[in-house]
Design a protein around this ligand. Structure first.
Ligand code: 9D3
Length: 230
């Protein structure tokens, strides 16, 4: 699977993509991440990617022209709506990204993530270039770069072979059940007077399974009651 990331800050991704699971997946040839500097598709002396908003107001807006030309040069024969090559605009105005969207995206051959910046992106990008517009949550970021890194991570780990198969199915089954993971403990059995639950120290796997199920439900009720309502 190929992830294209279109950004004015390609260096931003050197950190997150060169660590851990994502780094290993790239080295193994399971995924490929291509960073594209948006300024490549400017032609003026100052390599301008933004301009003032029509109608006035604070800040600057990312221009349509460099974004359209970038996508048309990366995928010359793609049309909006192509099911194999999806263009995603990361913006605060998008639909909320979640595990279901990550699962859908993991089925796609190539994704191109456009990172919004400044006060926003010319709306013609959302309407006529991108296939979808996504936000990662209800808080204000400075741009789409962190959001793009989040999407790449969440999608890449669902690809065959990216995780050391052991956790994968087990883990995902919890979120599929609509519950948070149960609390986990490791050595020592007692730390600063706080004991790990006795049941986890014995070998009764049926009892452990039951305890984990109930602990996950209780933790979900406390931290995320919204997940139990549906
Ligand atoms: C303070 C400016 N806001 C006016 C109400 C609008 C705004 C513009 C640009 C807010 C954030 C941004 C930059 N954010 C993103 O590009 C972004 C984002 C986000 O802010 N939150 C969650 N997901 C995303 S994806 C891209």
């Amino acid at each position: 699977m190929v992830f294209h990331v279109l950004t004015i800050f390609p260096d931003f991704f050197r950190g997150p993509f060169e660590c851990g699971v994502i780094d290993r997946a790239q080295r193994a040839g399971l995924i490929e991440i291509r960073l594209h500097d948006l300024r490549t598709w400017t032609s003026d002396r100052h390599r301008t990617v933004d301009d003032r908003p029509f109608g006035g107001g604070e800040g600057m807006v990312l221009k349509a022209q460099p974004l359209f030309e970038a996508v048309e040069s990366i995928w010359p024969d793609r049309k909006q709506g192509d099911l194999r090559r999806r263009v995603i605009l990361l913006s605060a105005q998008g639909r909320k990204f979640d595990q279901g969207r990550a699962r859908d995206m993991a089925e796609i051959d190539e994704l191109l993530l456009i990172c919004g910046r400044y006060e926003g992106v010319d709306e013609r990008v959302a309407e006529h270039l991108a296939d979808e517009e996504l936000s990662i949550g209800d808080y204000v970021l400075s741009g789409g770069e962190l959001a793009a890194a989040v999407v790449v991570d969440a999608v890449a780990r669902l690809k065959e072979g990216v995780l050391g198969n052991r956790d994968s199915t087990l883990y995902e089954s919890f979120s599929d059940a609509g519950l948070l993971d149960c609390p986990q403990y490791t050595r020592p059995e007692e730390f600063r007077g706080w004991k790990a639950p006795e049941v986890l120290l014995g070998g009764n796997h049926e009892q452990i399974r039951q305890w984990r199920k109930e602990a996950a439900r209780a933790k979900t009720a406390r931290m995320r009651p919204d997940l139990l309502e549906s």
